[in-house]
Each structure stands twice: as structure tokens, then as C-alpha cells.
Design a protein around this ligand. Structure first.
Ligand code: DUC
Ligand code: ZN
Ligand code: ZN
Length: 475
């Protein structure tokens, strides 16, 4: 007699990036071992009864417990961040091991492993952030870390403590080319932001809403174009993160028409927020929605929706950057209302990413279910070398699944599981939420959170399957 499955999900409407079909999913030892009709009962059984079952989400852009200059501190660490991920249907997160200028990249990675140890409820990998590309980093540390499974890194064109100049960007892109890594680019023109910020400050315009005026779309457009030109010079693909609107989208479409390999990411804030959310007057409430690039307007939201539907965007991530409004450590440092220049950039979104896109995208008729799976799970797993173990419902894949409940409800921060004291989407009516989240065959969310701290595994990434793999350069 054959051994029973550990778990069977019966009567699922399975959705993958390519198909939707009715099936049962048999799971043993944390993996999917059979997909078929009328599988026998397992040791445990879930009746999905015609409900949609998707791969668990892969959030390939989120910030958890990233080192900050005190008193600033991210509200979510690997415990609360991955808890909220699980409750929102995300089963793999890829946050950033960020190099502090003067620090070795390896020390940044070791520190980030310490921060994650024993805490994660879902699986995780690391991107690197290269902020100090010394000869040692370029020649040794970065290529070695890429070979060890840290196969992607982010480059900033703005933020004083992180940004690289064009020559440095060329240097790290050359490493990406030679080592087969995916380079993610934060594209905004730093000097232009600083110039505008000073002008606004001189005019006394320091309320949160002026953050948006200091970062108009042309600042993103110029940097996106420049990043793609630098990548063209080096002959390496790049992935432009958190694209916010029409001007950057036009640049990317243009580059692709020239035959350049450019991938693109967008985030919920560019679909669901506008500049108005930063405030119509000088109220400090707008600080909640300060992020960079800033949300634009309704017409730009449409451009982003169109890009999701037509293939412009490769991945849909949260860019979760969790700072509380109240208390000393977040958006009101020291409890005081500060000029926008000093308000930490970032909004929470790890838990709401999947449900927002399912509600408004799939059930709102803007994208297909297959496209939803592609953007939220399959493509992020491919882009960062985790596919087909992640982002896939196939035999051999990890049993990371979401059983969806399609029901209307009003979103409240009180119902979320992050450690942030607000959600920018408070009061919004959603039409779906994960009913059950499985991570490696374990029920981690079924309306209740079932902790598994420390059972989330660190994942060494393969080279991106979206990149052409070249023979390694000889040193
Ligand atoms: N922008 C970033 O680039 N990172 C974190 C948050 C944000 O708003
Ligand atoms: Zn960024
Ligand atoms: Zn980010």
C-alpha cells in the first residue's frame, strides 16, 4: 500500500502563470508530490471546494529590520514582517542586506543573517545593496557572494547614504554582467531632488505634501533613461524597481523597442495612492504616504494598470518599508513634526500586496488570474533564481500555496499583523483575502496566525532564469 500524502488540498481551482484547471494537490514532506483528479485522502485534508488556489506570493522587494541611523528604526523585523507576509499570502520574502558605506559587503550579509536568525515564519532570500563599491567589493566580495547564492543587488541613484555616481554604477553593472547577477536600480536624480528640496525649504514649504513636489516624474524619467543607457554601455540587463508612472514607463517601452533588455517592477502604492494622499493641506497626516518615488495621479495609475496587463511590468512587489507614525523611531522622530526632508521614506504593504491586486486587478477585471500569479509569484521567483521551487504549482515545488476567499470586507490596520501603526489603505473595501496560507505544507494562516518562527528557511538563489547566462569571465 502506498503511503498517504501528508496533506491533500481537494477540489482546488488551481491557478498558475499559464493555466487555470481543477485538481487536487498532494503534499508530502513539504513539497507538492502529485497533482491530479480525485486524489485519496491524506493524513490531513483541506477542501478548497472550487476556490482559487495560487502559488504563495514571492515579495521580491521589501525592507525588514534594515540598519538605520538611530533613533530611526524599521517597525518590522523578520518576526513581525514575515508574520504579516504569511497572513497576506506571501510565503517568500526577499529583503535587502544593505552595505553601510565603509562596511564590507560580507559584514553586511553576516549582520543581516543574525537579524533573521530564529525569527522567520516564511522562507527568505537576500538581495544585496551595494553602497560602497571599493576595489575589494568589486573584485572579490561581490562576485563571491553572487556565486554563493546572493544573485541580485540593488543600486541607488539617490539617498546620500546609499547612492552611487554614474562611474560607480558602471563598475557594479560590469560585475553583474560578468557574474550573471540581476541588477535592480532605484532611478531618481539625486542632485535635482536636492536642488528642488532646497528651493521648497527656502519658501517655507516643508509639509509632507511637498515631498511629492521635490520628486516630480521627470526626475524619475531622467534617471531611468540614464540607468538604461549605462546598462546599454555595459551590455547587461537591468530591472528598474518601483516604477511610478507614465514618464518612466515611456522610457522603458522606448528602450525595449531598441532591443534593450530592461525588466520593470511596480508596487501597490502606484495603483492605489495619489499625490493627494500626501495631503491637500499642510497636515502631517500625509507623512504616512511618503515614499519614493511618490504616488502620482489617477491618469498615471491607469498607465501602471495598463503596464501590468500588457507585459511592461515583470514583477509586482510591495516595497514594504515599515515606519510607525507615532513614537520616537518613525515618521515623527522625537515625537515632532519635521520637514519632509527628514521624514523616512516608505510605507507598509507586505500584507496587503496580494489582496489589493487580486481584488482590484483580478476581480475588477483588469488582469487575468494567470497574470496575477505571474506578477506576484512566478516572475519574481524567476527573476531572482528561485523558480521552480518557488512561484510554481508543479510536482517538486515547495508546498507554498494560498487558498483564496472571495468576500467583501473593509480593511482595517487593526486586522493586520505587521508592527506598523497604520496602513495607507485603511477603510478601503477589498473583495478577497487569503483564507489559508501554506508554507512548506504547514498551515501558517487560516484566519488565525500559526507561528513557525525560525522555520522559515534561508534560500540560496540561483542565477536569474530571466537572464542569459554567459560563460563566467576568467579572472
Ligand atoms: N523608497 C525606497 O527606495 N526604499 C524604501 C522606501 C521608499 O519609499
Ligand atoms: Zn528604492
Ligand atoms: Zn525599496
Amino acid at each position: 500500500m502506498t503511503e498517504a500524502f501528508d496533506l491533500v488540498v481537494h477540489n482546488a481551482r488551481v491557478a498558475t502563470a499559464s493555466d487555470c484547471f481543477a485538481a487536487d494537490i498532494g503534499i508530502s514532506r513539504g513539497r507538492i508530490v502529485q497533482i491530479g483528479a480525485s486524489l485519496p485522502k491524506g493524513v490531513r485534508d483541506i477542501d478548497a471546494a472550487g476556490r482559487v488556489v495560487t502559488p504563495g506570493g514571492v515579495d521580491a522587494h521589501c525592507h525588514l529590520d534594515q540598519p538605520m541611523t538611530p533613533p530611526l528604526r524599521m517597525a518590522d523585523d523578520f518576526d513581525t514582517g514575515t508574520r504579516s507576509a504569511a497572513c497576506g499570502g506571501t510565503t517568500t520574502v526577499i529583503p535587502f542586506a544593505a552595505q553601510v558605506k565603509g562596511q564590507s559587503l560580507r559584514a553586511a550579509v553576516a549582520d543581516y543573517h543574525r537579524r533573521a536568525a530564529g525569527k522567520a515564519h516564511v522562507d527568505y532570500a537576500f538581495h544585496l545593496i551595494v553602497s560602497d563599491p571599493t576595489p575589494e567589493v568589486l573584485q572579490n566580495e561581490l562576485p563571491q557572494l553572487i556565486a554563493e547564492g546572493y544573485t541580485s543587488f540593488k543600486v541607488y541613484m539617490t539617498y546620500d547614504d546609499l547612492k552611487l555616481n554614474d562611474g560607480q554604477i558602471l563598475d557594479v553593472l560590469a560585475v553583474a554582467r560578468n557574474s550573471g547577477a540581476m541588477a535592480m536600480i532605484h532611478a531618481e536624480n539625486s542632485d535635482a531632488i536636492e536642488w528642488l528640496t532646497r528651493k521648497l525649504e527656502a519658501a517655507g514649504r516643508t509639509a509632507p505634501r511637498f515631498h511629492g513636489l521635490a520628486r516630480p516624474m521627470l526626475i524619475e524619467r531622467e534617471a531611468t533613461h540614464r540607468a538604461m543607457a549605462l546598462a546599454e554601455l555595459v551590455d547587461v540587463p537591468i530591472l528598474v524597481v518601483h516604477v511610478s508612472g507614465r514618464e518612466a514607463v515611456e522610457q522603458i517601452r522606448w528602450a525595449r523597442a531598441q532591443g534593450l533588455k530592461v525588466f520593470a517592477e511596480t508596487c501597490p502604492q502606484y495603483l492605489f495612492l495619489t499625490a493627494d494622499d500626501l495631503g491637500l493641506d499642510d497636515s502631517y497626516q500625509g507623512a504616512r504616504c511618503i515614499c519614493s518615488p511618490p504616488p502620482r495621479d489617477r491618469a498615471n495609475q491607469e498607465v501602471i494598470w495598463n503596464g501590468l496587463a500588457d507585459g511592461l511590468f515583470t514583477v509586482f512587489s510591495s516595497d514594504h518599508a515599515p515606519f510607525c507614525m507615532e513614537g520616537d523611531e518613525g515618521k515623527k522622530p522625537g515625537g515632532t513634526e519635521v520637514p519632509f526632508r527628514h521624514i523616512p521614506n516608505g510605507i507598509p504593504g507586505l500584507e496587503t500586496r496580494m489582496a489589493l491586486l487580486y481584488s482590484e486587478g483580478v476581480l475588477g477585471g483588469r488582469i487575468t488570474l494567470e497574470k496575477f500569479v505571474e506578477l506576484t509569484a512566478t516572475n519574481p521567483a524567476k527573476a531572482y533564481g528561485l523558480h521552480p521551487r518557488k512561484g510554481s504549482i508543479s510536482v517538486g515545488a515547495d508546498a507554498d500555496l494560498v487558498v483564496w476567499d472571495e468576500r467583501e470586507f473593509v480593511l482595517r490596520n487593526a486586522d493586520l499583523h505587521h508592527a506598523v501603526d497604520y496602513t495607507p489603505y485603511e477603510g478601503r473595501t477589498l473583495r478577497a483575502w487569503p483564507g489559508i496560507t501554506l508554507v512548506g505544507g504547514d498551515v501558517v494562516w487560516d484566519g488565525q496566525f500559526h507561528p513557525r518562527a525560525g522555520q522559515g528557511r534561508f534560500l540560496h538563489c540561483q542565477p536569474s532564469s530571466l537572464l542569459p547566462q554567459r560563460p563566467r569571465a576568467q579572472s
